[in-house]
Ligand binder design. Structure first.
Ligand code: DQQ
Length: 652
């Protein structure tokens, strides 16, 4: 903990050094990987050739800014066939969800990863600590001109464990300054981990931070902490309440099933605060509600705020109001006319964040979903890719609700250890109600991310069926892409039946052609399309004019390396009459966050290419439909790197 006392020279702290060309980019392009397994490569290439046989490069590139790729001189310093044992469970035995990405972890690394490939994976404008493991975002808040982000962090290595609260501050949610740890596991009630928690800002300005402590005997308890000095804009020093823990698992609740307190909201009389905590009874996910007048003493209320059979343990519940008519966000205590409540749960069982819109009755203390078939945990997801343990906060500075989410690695744990880091936080997103559909929220990257946009190019094209159009950008690793597509109306009208049973995850990806799709963009692709990640729409049209639009991200050919997860993500997306189909993708090295239809659906992918990196990463437009042509327009900005570095505390 730091010992400085305020006031600080905050202006000085803000004078960032010039944005570097890109600290995470290498000066030379990566050397194309020479495969060890030639046969496998030949088979792979033949499959690719076959599947792409009709994808003809038949149109003019948007801008010929040909990139000269200089072969890298790097050596392969991570030898393949490294003998590994299956990684031990990280989390479950301690009463948290499994933190090892098991789908590809264990066994041997089978690919010859180079330093260049692995160092390219580090992001340039997403929040990351300097090294080691990170997971859930915790207690985000705005205080005296600074956004504060706390996060689950392992001080010692790139795997989950020894969980401490990392802490960073930002003026704009984009450029971050790392601060000393806010809280470390040093008390009997949190010695096994200072786990996830949330902040509540009281009307008098005090900040109450409730978090889960994992005790010395592995029991989950709720604890209180608060800033030692509220006049400190950096909130450097945190005090753990002397009578912690303030809540212990009530009768009937498992000692390892009681975690992640939410931000508090005011009770109907306005004299007490309520919080909810996730748990389960057998396989029913439940949200317990506690009431408190002072944040020191708590009373468990009867019943649950909500429960859904079959959804298992609810982690990281989030519960907040959303305006039906205004585009601003609402303080967590708002309720009444023109307001719905979003309930979000992180499902331990499948590691996805689900939400539902509904109504909160504060007298009965019950939340009811608008549509029981789309109840929380069985209906909509925040993100159809990798996105977990998310948390919103009300930004009183700009009157908006902002969502943070933890994006895990989807490569082998052994690779995280080699890299020395694991996980990224998503670009913070604003959350509003979708007034057009009335049935979902809209998530959108905070406007501040646009301050990183630099050179741009625009391009319009008619994409004939089976076409791939290269867009020549000289830095395919850091981009903000906005694309819009309009299907040829005549073909659409006369097409009577097209794949009504389509489903992105089981579709086989973008190589699978239908009459009306897929079409979209390709990112992180090499020139020869050996590695590529298509993000696209697929339109299915049923016999009675029923139309379903799917939004997918296909990782199947995102990397030739086998040590990484490769699946097709996606879901149906609502499209209203007269709307074009739109995609916005934020590409930042190994993460791609893609938003369809203004944020009605979102897919976050982690991508680990071996050749489509650095200056060799390319962008394409494509239309792989067999029948319909598509009018496409695209605008691409290069993105500068964010300035993320330690706070110069010695200069205070
Ligand atoms: N992560 C924390 C828990 C939470 C889980 C432990 C979700 O509090 O339930 O690091 O990722």
């Amino acid at each position: 903990m730091a010992t400085h006392s305020p006031p600080y020279d905050l202006e000085g702290a803000m004078s960032y050094s010039p944005i570097p060309a890109g600290p995470h980019r290498t000066s030379s392009a990566a050397e194309p990987h020479r495969p060890k397994k030639l046969l496998a490569r030949i088979l792979f290439s033949s499959f690719l050739l076959l599947s792409l046989v009709l994808l003809v490069v038949n149109q003019r590139p948007a801008k010929l800014d040909i990139v000269e790729t200089t072969p890298s001189t790097s050596v392969n310093d991570f030898s393949p066939a490294r003998p590994l044992t299956e990684p031990p469970s990280r989390g479950v035995s301690m009463g948290a969800s499994e933190k090892v990405f098991r789908r590809v972890s264990g066994g041997e690394l089978t690919f010859s990863w180079s330093n260049v490939m692995l160092s390219w994976q580090r992001t340039a404008y997403h929040f990351q600590p300097e090294k080691n493991w990170m997971n859930d975002p915790n207690g985000p808040l705005f205080h005296k001109g600074w956004y504060h982000l706390f996060y689950q962090y392992n001080q010692e290595s790139a795997v989950w464990g020894n969980i401490t609260w990392g802490h960073a501050v930002s003026r704009d949610l984009i450029h971050w300054l790392h601060l000393p740890y806010a809280m470390v596991p040093d008390q009997w009630y949190d010695v096994n981990g200072v786990w996830t928690g949330s902040a509540t800002i009281l009307p008098d300005g005090r900040i109450m931070m409730l978090y889960t402590g994992d005790t010395h005997d592995v029991v989950q308890v709720q604890c209180l902490a608060y800033p030692a000095d509220l006049s400190d804009p950096l909130l450097l020093k945190w005090v753990k309440y002397q009578n912690n823990p303030v809540m212990v698992p009530p009768p009937g609740i498992g000692h390892k099933d009681f975690r992640d307190p939410t931000t508090a909201w005011l009770s109907p009389d306005g004299d007490k605060w309520r919080i909810t905590i996730g748990s389960k009874i057998n396989t029913t996910g439940i949200s317990l509600v506690y009431e408190t007048a002072d944040f020191f003493k708590y009373e468990l209320l009867d019943g649950y705020l909500h429960e859904v059979p079959g959804t298992g343990m609810w982690e990281c519940i989030d519960f907040y109001p959303i305006s039906l008519t205004e585009s601003n966000g609402l303080d967590t205590s708002a309720n009444g006319q023109g307001i719905k409540h979003v309930m979000k749960v992180s499902l331990d069982d499948d590691k996805n964040d689900y939400y539902a819109l509904g109504t909160y009755d504060p007298v009965k203390n019950k939340w009811t979903p608008d549509d029981p078939e789309l109840d929380v945990g069985i209906g909509l997801r925040y993100d159809y890719g990798k996105y977990y343990a998310s948390k919103t906060f009300y930004d009183q500075n700009k009157k908006r609700r902002i969502l943070w989410g933890w994006i895990r690695e989807t490569d082998a744990e052994a690779l995280d250890i080699l890299k020395g880091w694991a996980s990224v936080q998503s670009i913070p997103r604003t959350v509003v109600f979708d007034q057009k559909t009335g049935s979902n929220i809209l998530q959108w990257p905070v406007e501040e991310v646009e301050s990183l946009r630099s050179d741009s190019l625009e391009f319009n094209a008619k994409l004939e069926p089976g076409s791939v159009v290269p867009i020549e950008v000289d830095s395919g690793s850091q981009l903000d892409i906005v694309a819009s597509f309009e299907l040829d109306k005549e073909t659409f009208e006369v097409t009577t039946e097209a794949d009504i049973g389509y489903d992105c995850p089981t579709s086989g990806g973008a190589v699978n052609r239908g009459m009306l799709g897929p079409f979209g963009i390709v990112v992180l692709a090499d020139e020869n399309l050996l590695e590529l990640t298509p993000i696209y729409f697929y339109i299915a049209k049923g016999p009675h004019g029923k139309v379903e639009t799917h939004f997918c991200a296909d990782e199947l050919r995102s990397s030739v390396a086998p040590d990484v997860d490769k699946i097709v993500y996606g879901s149906k997306v609502p499209v209203l009459d007269g709307e074009n189909l739109t995609i916005r993708s934020l590409v930042d090295h190994s993460i791609v966050e893609s938003f369809a239809q203004g944020g009605r659906r979102v897919i976050t992918s982690r991508i680990y290419p071996t050749t489509a990196i650095g200056g060799a990463a390319r962008v394409f437009l494509f239309n792989n439909a067999t029948r319909a042509s598509v009018n496409a327009s695209i605008k691409i900005w290069k993105m500068s790197s964010a300035n993320i570095r330690p706070f110069p505390l010695d200069q205070l």
